[in-house]
Design a protein around this ligand. Structure first.
Ligand code: HMH
Length: 221
Protein backbone atom coordinates (compact mmCIF):
# COMPACT_ATOMS: atom_id res chain seq x y z
CA UNK A 1 0.00 0.00 0.00
CA UNK A 2 1.06 3.59 -0.66
CA UNK A 3 2.59 5.12 2.47
CA UNK A 4 1.47 8.61 1.41
CA UNK A 5 -2.19 7.72 1.59
CA UNK A 6 -4.20 8.23 4.75
CA UNK A 7 -5.77 5.12 6.34
CA UNK A 8 -9.19 5.78 4.80
CA UNK A 9 -7.72 6.60 1.37
CA UNK A 10 -5.70 3.38 1.57
CA UNK A 11 -8.90 1.40 2.18
CA UNK A 12 -10.68 3.18 -0.67
CA UNK A 13 -7.86 2.04 -2.97
CA UNK A 14 -7.49 -1.45 -1.48
CA UNK A 15 -11.23 -2.16 -1.72
CA UNK A 16 -11.83 -0.16 -4.87
CA UNK A 17 -13.89 -2.84 -6.65
CA UNK A 18 -16.36 -2.90 -3.77
CA UNK A 19 -16.14 0.89 -3.46
CA UNK A 20 -17.06 1.32 -7.14
CA UNK A 21 -19.95 -1.11 -6.80
CA UNK A 22 -21.29 1.07 -3.97
CA UNK A 23 -20.68 4.49 -5.56
CA UNK A 24 -21.33 3.65 -9.25
CA UNK A 25 -24.23 1.29 -8.79
CA UNK A 26 -26.54 0.65 -11.80
CA UNK A 27 -29.32 2.47 -9.89
CA UNK A 28 -27.15 5.62 -9.72
CA UNK A 29 -26.00 5.19 -13.34
CA UNK A 30 -29.65 4.96 -14.43
CA UNK A 31 -30.45 8.24 -12.64
CA UNK A 32 -27.47 9.88 -14.33
CA UNK A 33 -28.30 8.67 -17.83
CA UNK A 34 -31.99 9.51 -17.49
CA UNK A 35 -33.28 5.92 -17.65
CA UNK A 36 -34.23 5.50 -13.97
CA UNK A 37 -37.50 3.86 -13.25
CA UNK A 38 -40.01 6.01 -11.34
CA UNK A 39 -41.09 3.03 -9.22
CA UNK A 40 -37.46 2.34 -8.18
CA UNK A 41 -36.93 5.96 -7.21
CA UNK A 42 -40.13 5.95 -5.15
CA UNK A 43 -39.11 2.72 -3.45
CA UNK A 44 -35.70 4.21 -2.64
CA UNK A 45 -37.37 7.38 -1.29
CA UNK A 46 -39.69 5.55 1.11
CA UNK A 47 -37.02 3.12 2.28
CA UNK A 48 -34.43 5.85 2.77
CA UNK A 49 -36.84 7.86 4.90
CA UNK A 50 -37.06 4.85 7.24
CA UNK A 51 -33.25 4.55 7.17
CA UNK A 52 -32.66 8.23 7.97
CA UNK A 53 -35.02 8.02 10.96
CA UNK A 54 -32.93 5.11 12.26
CA UNK A 55 -29.81 7.13 11.50
CA UNK A 56 -30.83 9.73 14.14
CA UNK A 57 -30.10 7.51 17.20
CA UNK A 58 -26.97 6.15 15.48
CA UNK A 59 -25.57 9.61 14.93
CA UNK A 60 -26.66 10.88 18.35
CA UNK A 61 -24.60 8.06 19.77
CA UNK A 62 -21.56 9.00 17.65
CA UNK A 63 -22.02 12.52 19.05
CA UNK A 64 -22.05 11.14 22.58
CA UNK A 65 -18.93 9.06 21.91
CA UNK A 66 -17.13 12.14 20.53
CA UNK A 67 -17.98 14.06 23.70
CA UNK A 68 -16.68 11.20 25.87
CA UNK A 69 -13.68 10.05 23.89
CA UNK A 70 -12.37 12.72 21.53
CA UNK A 71 -9.20 14.64 22.38
CA UNK A 72 -10.19 17.30 19.85
CA UNK A 73 -12.94 19.79 20.76
CA UNK A 74 -13.94 20.50 17.18
CA UNK A 75 -15.07 16.90 16.51
CA UNK A 76 -18.20 17.26 18.62
CA UNK A 77 -19.17 20.45 16.82
CA UNK A 78 -18.68 18.90 13.38
CA UNK A 79 -20.79 15.88 14.35
CA UNK A 80 -23.43 18.12 15.93
CA UNK A 81 -23.76 19.82 12.54
CA UNK A 82 -24.57 16.42 11.05
CA UNK A 83 -27.18 15.70 13.74
CA UNK A 84 -28.77 19.12 13.17
CA UNK A 85 -28.94 18.55 9.39
CA UNK A 86 -31.06 15.42 9.91
CA UNK A 87 -34.01 17.51 10.99
CA UNK A 88 -34.05 19.33 7.66
CA UNK A 89 -33.41 16.03 5.88
CA UNK A 90 -36.52 14.41 7.38
CA UNK A 91 -38.58 17.44 6.26
CA UNK A 92 -37.10 17.08 2.79
CA UNK A 93 -38.21 13.43 2.65
CA UNK A 94 -41.76 14.35 3.68
CA UNK A 95 -41.97 17.08 1.10
CA UNK A 96 -40.47 14.91 -1.65
CA UNK A 97 -42.76 12.00 -0.74
CA UNK A 98 -45.84 14.17 -1.08
CA UNK A 99 -44.63 15.33 -4.54
CA UNK A 100 -44.27 11.71 -5.68
CA UNK A 101 -47.39 10.42 -3.94
CA UNK A 102 -45.42 8.15 -1.59
CA UNK A 103 -47.19 7.46 1.72
CA UNK A 104 -44.43 7.48 4.35
CA UNK A 105 -46.72 6.13 7.08
CA UNK A 106 -47.29 2.94 5.13
CA UNK A 107 -43.65 1.99 4.51
CA UNK A 108 -42.52 -1.45 5.63
CA UNK A 109 -38.74 -1.71 5.69
CA UNK A 110 -37.47 -4.28 3.18
CA UNK A 111 -34.85 -6.87 4.19
CA UNK A 112 -31.73 -4.96 3.08
CA UNK A 113 -32.97 -1.91 4.96
CA UNK A 114 -33.79 -3.86 8.14
CA UNK A 115 -30.32 -5.41 8.04
CA UNK A 116 -28.61 -2.08 7.49
CA UNK A 117 -30.58 -0.55 10.39
CA UNK A 118 -29.65 -3.49 12.62
CA UNK A 119 -26.01 -2.82 11.71
CA UNK A 120 -26.46 0.87 12.69
CA UNK A 121 -27.90 -0.13 16.05
CA UNK A 122 -24.92 -2.39 16.75
CA UNK A 123 -22.78 0.77 17.11
CA UNK A 124 -24.70 2.15 20.06
CA UNK A 125 -23.21 -0.32 22.57
CA UNK A 126 -20.34 1.04 24.69
CA UNK A 127 -17.87 -1.61 23.43
CA UNK A 128 -17.78 0.12 20.03
CA UNK A 129 -15.36 2.98 20.38
CA UNK A 130 -15.49 6.44 18.89
CA UNK A 131 -12.83 5.75 16.22
CA UNK A 132 -14.81 2.84 14.77
CA UNK A 133 -18.14 4.71 14.99
CA UNK A 134 -16.86 7.89 13.32
CA UNK A 135 -15.29 5.80 10.56
CA UNK A 136 -18.72 4.25 9.92
CA UNK A 137 -20.32 7.70 9.86
CA UNK A 138 -17.74 8.93 7.34
CA UNK A 139 -18.20 5.87 5.09
CA UNK A 140 -22.03 6.03 5.13
CA UNK A 141 -22.10 9.71 4.16
CA UNK A 142 -19.31 9.38 1.61
CA UNK A 143 -21.02 6.64 -0.39
CA UNK A 144 -24.04 8.92 -0.84
CA UNK A 145 -21.87 11.95 -1.61
CA UNK A 146 -19.82 10.11 -4.25
CA UNK A 147 -22.89 8.45 -5.75
CA UNK A 148 -25.12 11.49 -6.07
CA UNK A 149 -22.38 13.95 -7.02
CA UNK A 150 -21.78 11.75 -10.07
CA UNK A 151 -25.41 12.45 -11.11
CA UNK A 152 -24.86 16.22 -11.16
CA UNK A 153 -21.37 16.26 -12.74
CA UNK A 154 -20.16 16.45 -16.33
CA UNK A 155 -22.55 15.51 -19.14
CA UNK A 156 -25.23 13.99 -16.90
CA UNK A 157 -28.76 13.50 -18.18
CA UNK A 158 -30.36 13.39 -14.75
CA UNK A 159 -34.08 14.23 -15.08
CA UNK A 160 -35.02 17.60 -13.56
CA UNK A 161 -37.41 15.99 -11.08
CA UNK A 162 -34.53 13.91 -9.63
CA UNK A 163 -32.00 16.74 -9.44
CA UNK A 164 -33.20 17.85 -5.99
CA UNK A 165 -32.37 14.47 -4.47
CA UNK A 166 -29.01 14.34 -6.26
CA UNK A 167 -28.10 17.88 -5.16
CA UNK A 168 -29.02 17.11 -1.57
CA UNK A 169 -26.06 14.70 -1.21
CA UNK A 170 -24.10 15.65 -4.33
CA UNK A 171 -23.47 19.32 -3.52
CA UNK A 172 -19.94 20.51 -2.81
CA UNK A 173 -20.69 21.72 0.74
CA UNK A 174 -21.70 18.20 1.64
CA UNK A 175 -18.52 17.05 -0.13
CA UNK A 176 -16.54 19.32 2.19
CA UNK A 177 -18.43 17.99 5.18
CA UNK A 178 -17.47 14.43 4.21
CA UNK A 179 -13.83 15.55 3.90
CA UNK A 180 -13.95 16.93 7.44
CA UNK A 181 -15.30 13.57 8.66
CA UNK A 182 -12.52 11.81 6.77
CA UNK A 183 -9.93 13.97 8.54
CA UNK A 184 -11.40 13.05 11.91
CA UNK A 185 -11.41 9.35 11.04
CA UNK A 186 -7.83 9.47 9.71
CA UNK A 187 -6.54 11.39 12.73
CA UNK A 188 -8.04 8.78 15.06
CA UNK A 189 -6.99 5.80 12.93
CA UNK A 190 -3.35 6.93 12.84
CA UNK A 191 -3.26 6.70 16.65
CA UNK A 192 -5.47 3.63 16.98
CA UNK A 193 -4.36 0.28 18.40
CA UNK A 194 -4.26 -2.46 15.77
CA UNK A 195 -7.47 -4.18 16.92
CA UNK A 196 -9.42 -0.91 16.61
CA UNK A 197 -7.82 -0.23 13.22
CA UNK A 198 -8.83 -3.69 11.96
CA UNK A 199 -12.34 -3.35 13.32
CA UNK A 200 -12.70 0.02 11.54
CA UNK A 201 -11.58 -1.51 8.22
CA UNK A 202 -14.12 -4.32 8.67
CA UNK A 203 -16.80 -1.71 9.34
CA UNK A 204 -15.79 0.21 6.20
CA UNK A 205 -16.25 -2.97 4.13
CA UNK A 206 -19.59 -3.73 5.81
CA UNK A 207 -20.89 -0.23 5.04
CA UNK A 208 -20.03 -0.72 1.35
CA UNK A 209 -21.80 -4.09 1.33
CA UNK A 210 -24.90 -2.69 3.02
CA UNK A 211 -24.98 0.27 0.62
CA UNK A 212 -24.79 -2.08 -2.41
CA UNK A 213 -27.66 -4.14 -1.00
CA UNK A 214 -29.65 -0.97 -0.36
CA UNK A 215 -29.26 0.10 -4.01
CA UNK A 216 -30.12 -3.44 -5.16
CA UNK A 217 -33.24 -3.37 -3.02
CA UNK A 218 -34.24 0.00 -4.50
CA UNK A 219 -33.75 -1.08 -8.11
CA UNK A 220 -35.29 -4.58 -7.99
CA UNK A 221 -38.94 -5.47 -7.52
C1 HMH B 1 -28.79 4.03 2.75
N1 HMH B 1 -26.92 5.55 3.12
C2 HMH B 1 -28.25 5.40 3.02
N2 HMH B 1 -29.07 6.43 3.15
C3 HMH B 1 -28.58 7.67 3.40
N3 HMH B 1 -29.44 8.71 3.51
C4 HMH B 1 -27.19 7.87 3.51
C5 HMH B 1 -26.39 6.76 3.37
C6 HMH B 1 -26.56 9.22 3.76
O1 HMH B 1 -27.09 9.88 4.82
Amino acid sequence: MDDDLSPTATWQAKHHVLYQRATRHPFILSIRDGTADVSSFKRWLGQDYVFVREFVPFLSNVLLKSWKESENNSDMEIILGGVAALSDELSWFKNEASKWGVDLCGITPLTANTEYCRFLHSFTTPDINYTVAVTAFWAIETVYQESFSFCVEGDHKTPTELLGACQRWGNSDFGQYCKSLQQIADRRLKEAPIDVFRKAEEVFISVLEHEIEFWNMSSNE
